[in-house]
Design a protein around this ligand. Structure first.
Ligand code: ZN
Length: 258
């Protein structure tokens, strides 16, 4: 049975002189792995070799006895080719793509995540600064965690349920006691009273903690704060996946990742 869908290519490898094996993130069917026979021939029903980040309408046949579906058409409308103009935006898009591939399972549809991913790629392609790319990446990473069902708890202390505001502001208005940690094993923010019970954690600056409890602040956050938040996310993805994501070192540099 042939199925029509919209897809973004999240991985493409050569299979033979003329064919490719691709991993596509589709809107209605989730992630699929497929063979594209003849995709590298000059004339094919794929609009040329299938490239990473290409998106458009596809037709495929799922296979009952093999893992690979057969891709019969791919109308590659957009290649997000503008990403190649800026190495950092390309790295951010590649990192997001790696995470989508790692955190989704085949034939498990996430239409909203598909729409957000497409929007992220287009916004990143059009963004003019590295800071903006990093802010877009951070927001997309939180959307991804939410869509795959492992959204971190950021409004209250995961352990004692104290609201964030009450543990970083003293009655006299000072926020000197602001000590908030992110713990991956707790899947969220923990306060300073609960912090000793968690061995895996990162201490946050007040600026980062404020962004994490109110995503609207990410749009105006400075470079230092964004890098700190991204460090938290990379630590969290490393714990979640059981290994560091391959692209992580291209986002913050080896020193920052630690
Ligand atoms: Zn607590």
């Amino acid at each position: 049975m042939l199925t029509k869908d919209h897809a973004i290519c999240i991985r493409a490898t050569d299979y033979s002189e003329t064919s490719q094996i691709v991993v596509l993130f589709t809107r209605e069917n989730g992630k699929i792995s497929a063979i594209a026979k003849g995709s590298k021939r000059p004339k094919s029903s794929f609009d040329g070799p299938i490239e990473l980040f290409s998106c458009g309408q596809i037709i495929f046949a799922a296979s009952h006895d093999s893992k690979l579906a057969t891709l019969t058409e791919f109308e590659q409308k957009s290649h997000c080719s503008g990403l190649a103009n800026n190495l950092f935006s390309l790295n951010c898009a590649s990192f997001a793509t790696e995470l989508v591939n790692s955190l989704t399972t085949e034939y498990d549809p996430h239409p909203e995540l598909f729409d957000q991913f497409l929007q992220f790629l287009q916004n990143t392609e059009n963004s003019s600064s590295n800071r903006d790319c990093l802010a877009l990446l951070i927001l997309f990473q939180f959307s991804l965690l939410k869509e795959v069902g492992v959204q971190p708890i950021l409004n209250i202390c995961v352990n004692c349920k104290t609201r964030h505001q009450t543990f970083h502001r003293m009655p006299n208005g000072e926020d000197a006691r602001c000590e908030i940690y992110f713990s991956s094993s707790a899947n969220g923010l923990i306060c300073r009273d609960c912090e000793p019970a968690f061995t895996d954690k990162l201490k946050l600056s007040a600026a980062s903690a404020n962004c994490l409890t109110d995503f609207k602040k990410i749009a105006d956050a400075n470079d230092k704060t964004l890098k700190e938040i991204e460090k938290v996310l990379i630590y969290h993805f490393t714990e979640t996946l059981g290994r560091p994501p391959k692209m992580a070192k291209h986002i913050l540099g080896r020193d920052d990742v630690g």
